[in-house]
Design a binder for this molecule. Sequence first.
Ligand SMILES: N=c1c2ncn([C@@H]3O[C@H](COP(=O)(O)OP(=O)(O)OP(=O)(O)O)[C@@H](O)[C@H]3O)c2ncn1[C@@H]1O[C@H](COP(=O)(O)O)[C@@H](O)[C@H]1O
Length: 107
Amino acid sequence: MMNEQILSQLALVLEERKQAPPESSYVAKLYSQGLDTILKKIGEEATETVIAAKDGDKEQIVYELADLWFHSLVLLAQQNLQPQDVLNELGRRFGLSGLAEKASRPS
Ligand SMILES: N=c1c2ncn([C@@H]3O[C@H](COP(=O)(O)OP(=O)(O)OP(=O)(O)O)[C@@H](O)[C@H]3O)c2ncn1[C@@H]1O[C@H](COP(=O)(O)O)[C@@H](O)[C@H]1O
C-alpha cells in the first residue's frame, strides 16, 4: 500500500465494514458497540502514546500513534466524515501562524 493512499484506502474499508456483521470484523464490532466504545479506545490509545513518549521509546510512539490514528479514522467514519475533511482543515491552516490562528478564533 502506497503511504499517500493509505488514509483514503483505509477509509473505504471502514465504510464497507458498516455492512459487516460484528463477529466478522474488529471495526464492525466497534461500530456495533457504539460511539462511547470508540471514544474510550481513542482515550486509551492517546494515553498509551503519552506513556510511550514519556518512556522515550520511539518505536512504541509510532506503534501507539498508529493505534490512535486508526481509532480516530474509525470515529470519522462512524460520524460520516472523511480523512479528507481533516486534511482540508490542516491545509487551510498551513502557513498560518498558530498564534495568529488562535487570535482569529471566535472567543
Ligand atoms: N489498522 C488497523 C488497526 N490498528 C489497530 N487495530 C486493532 O485495534 C485494537 C487495538 O486495541 P488494543 O491495543 O487495546 O488491543 P486489544 O486489547 O486487542 O483491544 P480490545 O479488545 O481491548 O478493544 C487491536 O484489536 C488491533 O488489532 C486495527 N484493526 C484494523 N486495522 C485496519 O482496519 C482494517 C479492517 O479491520 P477489520 O475490521 O478487523 O477487518 C484492517 O484490514 C486494517 O487495515
